[in-house]
Design a protein around this ligand. Structure first.
Ligand SMILES: C[S@@+](CC[C@H](N)C(=O)[O-])C[C@H]1O[C@@H](n2cnc3c(N)ncnc32)[C@H](O)[C@@H]1O
Length: 282
């Protein structure tokens, strides 16, 4: 049984025809790179029905017309609705341990002349990933005193970026932060926790669609691109990691998500640990 919504319509009053799902699938693929399988039909339906209701529309055909002929703002809302933004502080913590124990000491030596460190969190969602990187860097700052250290954090989704920039998190989100980084937060009266300004100031947040041209030229000493390409098909992954590799030099680091791999995707990296890679020469 479907329940009446606040607008008085039952959710199932909206019908998503096969042909409409196909068009939506193509639009998602073109705009975000995300390849939706048939099994995602229900998910797409429930996320887009909310947009239809908000816009006062009563069918998917009109919504598709709006996407194809209307202002770009709706394409942005559309991709915000489709993207999956699951993340956590110190998710796949072995990467952050590797950073502290191996990558940062190595880069301290390698970049001693330039005294410059550049890190990119590509697909940063609500900010937990770049803030985890910043906390590690902050703890290691004695290595990099006087250095030019910057983290670029990008995502296609304007909504999650707004959250990331605010840097304010519910208590249960902060629980997984190792206690040695507790000093990176200040507690607010409402029970939330804010990232301290000195940690936040290491990061520049920018909206960036990985499928479109990128304004930055690199090189990046370290790139985190984790749990993003899992939603892309192989040809899109090949193209993306080709572009990512062109922003890195020999010896630079790349971290991908736990279920992702560069096998038959990009041969410009050497596997050096669990989902951790270093750029090969050339
Ligand atoms: C599952 S989250 C991963 C967050 C974080 N990297 C982590 O591993 O915890 C995937 C993120 O990729 C973003 N994303 C998906 N397609 C994108 C695209 N074409 N360009 C930029 N970001 C994209 C989504 O908006 C989402 O925030």
């Amino acid at each position: 049984m479907s329940l009446p919504t606040r607008t008085g319509r039952n959710e199932r009053d909206f019908v998503l025809e096969d042909a409409e799902f196909e068009v939506i699938r193509q639009l998602v693929r073109q705009h975000t790179g995300i390849a939706l399988s048939d099994s995602k039909r229900e998910l797409v339906y429930s996320r887009l029905v909310r947009r239809l209701r908000r816009l006062g529309m009563d069918n998917f055909g009109d919504y598709i017309d709006l996407l194809q002929t209307g202002p770009d703002e709706e394409l942005e809302e559309f991709s915000n609705a489709i993207t999956t933004n699951l993340t956590a502080f110190f998710r796949e913590n072995h990467h952050f341990e590797y950073l502290t124990e191996t990558a940062l000491p190595m880069l301290q030596k390698r970049n001693a002349a330039s005294r410059r460190l550049r890190i990119w969190s590509a697909g940063c969602s609500t900010g937990e990933e770049p803030y985890s990187i910043a906390m590690v860097l902050q703890a290691e700052m004695s290595r990099f005193a006087g250095w030019d250290v910057r983290i670029l954090a990008t995502d296609i989704d304007s909504q999650v970026l707004g959250h990331a920039m605010a840097g304010r998190y519910a208590a249960d989100r902060v629980e997984r932060v190792p206690s040695r980084y507790a000093r990176c937060f200040t507690a607010n009266d409402d029970g939330t926790h804010s990232i301290r300004a000195d940690v936040q100031s290491l990061i520049s947040f920018r909206q960036l669609n990985l499928m479109q041209p990128w304004p930055m030229r690199g090189p990046f000493d370290i790139i985190f691109c984790r749990n993003v390409v899992i939603y892309f098909d192989k040809p899109t992954q090949v193209e993306l990691f080709g572009r990512i590799s062109s922003l890195q030099r020999e010896g630079d680091y790349l971290f991908v998500g736990h279920s992702e791999s560069l096998f038959k995707v990009c041969d410009r990296y050497d596997l050096i640990g669990k989902t951790a890679f270093r750029r090969l020469p050339g």
